[in-house]
Each structure stands twice: as C-alpha cells, then as structure tokens.
Design a protein. Structure first.
Length: 418
C-alpha cells in the first residue's frame, strides 16, 4: 500500500475494525479491532494516491468506478459512517487541506448561478428518468427533509407531518395567494390548496417536475387553484400573501442570497408571511463537497446561518421564527438509502451500475454528514411587520392539530384513490 495512504488510514481509524486490500492483494488492518469488521479492496494504484491528496472526491469517484469496493461488513454507508465517526475526533493531515482551501477560495465562481446556468443545474439533477425517484421517495414525491414525531419511523407519515408543520407556520387563510418557490413535483402546493383552500403558484426550472405536478393537479381536480410554471424566482410577478420555499435555497448560491431575499420582500404583501426551509451547517461558512458539486448538485451550496441572516437583515424582512431540525434529515436519508438499495436491480436496469453506485454514495454520504459533520435543516419564518403574526407559537400547534384532523377525512381518502 502507498505509504502516505497507510499512515493516513492509521491516523483516521482509531476505533473500529477495517481491513483494506491494496492493488497487490495485500491486506492492511486498521482500528482497535472492535465492532463489525468492514473489508474493502482497492484495485487501482492511482486511487491510492488520489485518496491521499483529495480523499473526499477520490473515495466517491473510486466507488463509482468500482476501483474501491466493499467486500465484507456492509455497504459503502458503513465505511463512510465509521470514517466520519472517527474523523470527529481528529484533524486530518495538513496535506489533505489544499483542495479544501482552493474550493473555499473559488466558491463564488462555482456558485455563480444566473438564470440560464441555474436551469442547467436543475436539469442535471431533476430531469433524469422519473422512475429513479419512484424507487426511493414517498408516494407524494417529497424530496426534502421529513418531520418525524416522537416514536415515529414512518416516512410517509413524516413527510405528511412536514407539510402540515410548514402550513401551520404560514398561518394560511382561505383565498390567499401563495407562491411556492421550487415546487418540486407539486406535493406541497397541492396540500396547501386542498387543506387551506388557498390559491397556489408553484415554480420550478425542471421540465420533468412541471409535467408531473400539472398532471397531479389535473387528476386531483385542483388545476384552477394550483398552477405550476417553468420559471425562475427572479422573474415571477407578484404580489403574494404567502411565500414558501422548501429545499430550493440550497441551489441559489452565495452570490445570490441578497437577490433571493430582496425578491421575497418585493413579492410579499405588506401583511405577508414567508417560510424558507433549507439545509444549513452548524460550523460556519465552508465550501460545497466536491463530489456533490461535480456529480449531484452543481452550483449548490449549504450555508451557515451566519451567511443567511445578514442578507435577510439587509432586505428589510423581519425574522419572526427560526427552528433547527437536527437529525430529521439523517433519518429521511436513511429511509431513502434503504429503499434505493432494496430496488437496486430496478435502478440498474434504468440507469446502469455506475449511476447506482454514484447515487448510493450520495445518499450514504449525505446521511453520515447529517450525523457527524454538522449539517442540519433550518426553517426561517419572515414578515414585513412586527404585528403580522401572534405573539406566541401556540397558533402553530393549534393549526397543526386542526390540519391533522382535517387530513383524516380529506387528504388520506384522496390519496387512496389517486
């Protein structure tokens, strides 16, 4: 084994039982020998050197290519999770930080997302074969963090609870105009129209999402109250009494944070309320994971709240509520990963082995990052006036209870017949 790689692995794996076979077939053992043994094989000498210089990207690319394989003790998630659990307690060698420094220094260039580039980035991820998403998402195609209640481990229920939680924070009234920025496949917009009797405009840059969302609205008889448009948030016309954005802010890019919140301010009525739900990080500004940036979400960035709130303040909007969801996304990703693996053969038939290994690495790495690398989800509620919302959060709890009762008679019955 390449000596610098062996030294790095010895430093990293203080705990656990890891055996790695090098390209010459020799086995090397790391850790304290406790726990389930995880065995892997490296089949290309170039991978050994790449793992030393740029481990974050190298491991992903080697797994995609099949030159790094798990041979015993689970799947790639088990290896990543053990590595990140160990990494929490130490700083990696200085020579591995060069690429991270460069990525941070050039992040504004990488995250420059004018309308045309933003659309290309969205198409890269969301306009793949729609059957792929059917293999791991819930029935409503919610592709964002679910909201797990105490003792609950049901993904369908948790995604419904997420929509209910968001609706309660919006304090909706019948007839209000609602803008859904980054509407996805339409699930949230349809829920709001059905349960709160509001008029929804959902926008996305994905042709596939628009087609599915419009079809769903038509089949549910909601085409008059829910409209889905292929449009950039910078070009939509208002005004709206309510604005919601779930899982879209991560695609905005740090260069455009001010434009984003200024646009919400301009589109929102004087007594309006907005809610932004997005992935964030606890540990301050950083750079996008290189594997995610290259293969999964080009142009994307997960911000720290310290990068978000100054843009809100400059826009003149008022932060009226902030909630941090810690491990909810880790549990959501666990469900997605397990469902995807359970449908592995179907996924291979649709997109092939390399894509499936890439997607598995994406789900596995993301889950472990929420567990060990300081990622979370934040929900920021915004308004223009201090007196727009009640003084306490009691109204959110009361509205969630009301919506849950209403779902029993209206929402579940519709889904059953869809």
């Amino acid at each position: 084994m390449f000596a610098p790689l062996r030294l790095t692995l010895q430093r990293l794996f203080v705990e656990g039982d890891v055996v790695i076979a090098d390209p010459q077939g020799r086995s090397h053992r790391f850790g304290n020998g406790q726990g389930t043994r995880i065995a892997a094989a490296i089949t290309d000498t170039a991978v050994e050197r790449h793992l030393v210089v740029d481990p974050t990207l190298a491991l992903a690319e080697a797994y995609m290519a099949g030159t790094f394989r798990i041979t015993e003790g689970g799947r790639i998630y088990d290896f990543i999770d053990l590595a990140l659990r160990n990494a929490e307690r130490l700083a990696m060698p200085g020579w591995t930080r060069g690429f991270e420094v460069l990525r941070y220094a050039t992040r504004r260039v990488r995250q420059f997302n004018p309308a045309g580039r933003a659309r290309r980035n969205v198409v890269h991820h969301y306009d793949i074969d729609r059957q792929i998403y059917d293999l791991f998402l819930d029935g409503d195609r919610q592709y964002s963090c679910a909201y797990f209640g105490p003792g609950s481990d049901d993904l369908e229920a948790a995604q419904l609870a997420k929509k209910r939680h968001i609706a309660a924070k919006l304090m909706l009234r019948p007839g209000q105009r609602v803008l859904d920025i980054g509407a996805g496949w339409g699930g949230l917009g349809l829920y709001l129209a059905k349960m709160a009797e509001v008029d929804v405009t959902g926008i996305t840059l994905s042709d596939e999402q628009i087609a599915i969302a419009r079809d769903r609205a038509q089949r549910q008889g909601l085409s008059r109250s829910v409209r889905f448009q292929l449009e950039d948030y910078r070009r939509i016309a208002g005004p709206f009494e309510r604005i919601v954005s779930v899982g879209m802010f991560e695609h905005v890019g740090i260069n455009h944070f001010q434009t984003y919140f200024d646009r919400i301010r301009d589109l929102l009525t004087e007594d309006g309320v907005a809610l932004v739900h997005a992935i964030g990080r606890f540990d301050g500004p950083s750079a996008t994971n290189p594997f995610i940036a290259r293969y999964i979400f080009p142009g994307g960035y997960i911000p720290a709240l310290s990068e978000v709130l100054p843009a809100v303040e400059r826009s003149g909007l008022l932060v009226t509520d902030v909630e941090v969801l810690r491990l909810h996304y880790a549990e959501t990703l666990r469900h997605w990963r397990e469902r995807f693996i359970a449908n592995w053969d179907k996924a291979v038939a649709i997109r092939g082995d390399t894509f499936c290994r890439m997607w598995e690495f994406y789900l596995a790495g993301s889950e472990s990052s929420f567990r060990h690398q300081g990622l979370m989800v934040f929900q920021i509620q915004l308004s223009k006036r201090l007196g727009t919302l009640p003084l306490t959060r009691d109204y959110m709890i009361e509205e969630e209870r009301r919506l849950k009762l209403k779902e029993v008679g209206a929402y579940h019955s519709r889904l059953a017949g869809e």
